[in-house]
Design a protein around this ligand. Structure first.
Ligand SMILES: [Zn+2]
Length: 269
């Protein structure tokens, strides 16, 4: 695994020289609001944090080689394109500990009832998996084609392909399913030792920021499973990460179904 750092900070001649010395390409941008110059760059395995000014904003993400991806037994699987817009969310989500004005809640998760859309996503002829901004990247919607391939490759797959309903007439939408995952990794099977915690101020319930790489203690035999709903971004949505076997990844790639999906190796402790 290599770490890609995306850095944004105030522009200075000194820093630009330091980056040139290291062969790091950067761009000089202008803040449209105050006209101040700032500097943006990406670097792999950046070790020189000391040359950055204190105001630098650094975001890090893992980068895996093809070999690392091919050799992993288990991988997380998420979708990067949000193309499904949900409607009538009050029907599809449990909302607990609602604030007094009713606008927000401290805990929100899918109730298991159907999801509603006004229209199905376009691009279903070129892309087979989708996500929505209302859920996490790991909550997948798929096409009929993807469903048929998965059932063909894995007749015992522990997935329910749930119909998505039209918000206009409550009828199932054509060619769109939400993947319900039945196999759950329990909290004590996930290594959360280094993870940042969020604690609910009302009930004390803890959720965790996702670690850069998921590590699990279990030796699962399923081809697709999800963690218990223990992750959040610090807001009210609690979500699971989706974990799949290498056979699942290979089947999707082989059948040209992996567009828009990101796989990342899971560490098995
Ligand atoms: Zn709470």
């Amino acid at each position: 695994m290599r770490i890609k750092s995306h850095v944004a900070c105030m522009f200075s001649e000194e820093l630009s020289h330091e980056l040139e010395k290291r062969g790091i390409k950067f761009s000089r941008e202008e803040n449209p609001f105050n006209g101040e110059a700032y500097l943006v760059f990406d670097a792999l395995d950046f070790q020189d944090g000391h040359i950055l000014p204190p105001d630098a904003i650094v975001s890090s993400s893992p980068v895996y080689s093809k070999k690392e991806l091919d050799n992993a037994d288990l991988l997380t699987c998420r979708c990067i394109n949000a193309k499904v817009t949900l409607e009538k969310e009050e029907r599809s989500f449990c909302i607990v500990e609602v604030y007094e004005d009713g606008a927000k809640a401290r805990h929100k998760f899918p109730s298991g009832d159907p999801f509603y859309v006004r229209t199905a996503p376009k691009h279903r002829n070129t892309q087979d998996f989708f996500r929505t901004y209302s859920l996490s990247d790991y909550d997948l919607f798929c096409t009929e084609r993807a469903k048929q391939v998965l059932l063909g490759c894995f007749p015992d797959i522990e997935v329910s392909f749930n119909r998505v309903l039209s918000s206009k007439n409550d009828m199932p939408v054509d060619n769109l399913y939400y993947l319900g995952i039945n196999e759950i990794l329990a909290l004590d099977e996930i290594d959360l030792s280094g993870a940042r915690r969020f604690r609910c101020p009302v009930c004390g319930k803890e959720t965790f920021a996702e670690p850069m790489q998921l590590a699990i203690k279990a030796k699962p035999s399923s081809i697709i499973m999800k963690t218990t709903r223990c992750f959040s971004y610090g807001g009210n949505l609690e979500y699971s990460t989706l974990v799949v076997s290498q056979r699942f990844r290979k089947a999707l790639i082989e059948h040209n179904l992996s567009r828009g999906l990101i796989f990342e190796p899971v560490i098995e402790l």
